[in-house]
Design a binder for this molecule. Structure first.
Ligand code: IMP
Ligand code: MG
Length: 172
């Protein structure tokens, strides 16, 4: 599958460190709960948390949207136990990519039921032109166009998650 490098490792590391600094300042004196959306959020989470100088707790949920390759589908399935009680906590959802926004909204709804003190979203990649729902994403690594991207946790049919850069899939 042909692709080209869109964001290189150095640029990503620099931006992630900036976000980590911002989160450290915004949550000073708090112990946020970071809720990582598997599988795509895992690399961003791992990189991001090592730049946040705060005590924190981690949770994981998974989301599958049953899309084949780069085409979209609406069959969203959420899973994973939220073992930490989130009532009154500062929750930060950590995603790899926000496309239509439906996944994030579904996860926000689930967390909102537990009445957290605050709930924000961090994503490595945002595709604002693709949003189909109203979203407030406080921490964005990079905003891109409608490209399909791979690497840093993001897959194409489960592969390429381990690429250390963000690649843009080229038309075949
Ligand atoms: P949503 O449309 O915002 O709900 O995104 C659903 C899911 O689609 C994301 O969590 C990713 O798993 C996947 N996705 C959307 N765009 C991309 C992309 O460019 N690369 C890899 N996965 C993507
Ligand atoms: Mg995927």
């Amino acid at each position: 599958m042909p692709f080209e490098v869109l964001l290189d490792q150095k640029r990503i590391a620099h931006r992630v460190a900036e976000l980590g600094g911002q989160i450290t300042a915004d949550y000073a004196d708090e112990t946020p709960v970071l809720v990582c959306v598997l599988k795509g959020g895992i690399i961003f989470l791992a990189d991001l948390i090592r730049t946040i100088k705060l005590p924190m707790e981690l949770e994981f949920v998974w989301a599958t949207s049953y899309r084949r390759g780069t085409t979209q589908s609406d069959d969203l399935v959420l899973g994973g136990e939220l073992a930490i009680p989130l009532k009154g906590r500062h929750v930060l959802i950590v995603e790899g990519v926000v496309d239509s926004g439906k996944t994030v909204v579904a996860i926000q709804k689930r967390i909102q039921d537990q009445e957290p003190a605050t709930m924000e979203v961090a994503t490595l990649i945002d595709k604002p032109a693709s949003h189909r729902v109203k979203l407030n994403i406080k921490y964005k690594g990079f905003s891109i166009g409608n490209d399909f991207v791979i690497g840093c946790g993001l897959d194409n049919t489960q592969k390429y998650r381990n690429l250390p850069f963000i690649g843009r899939v080229l038309e075949q």
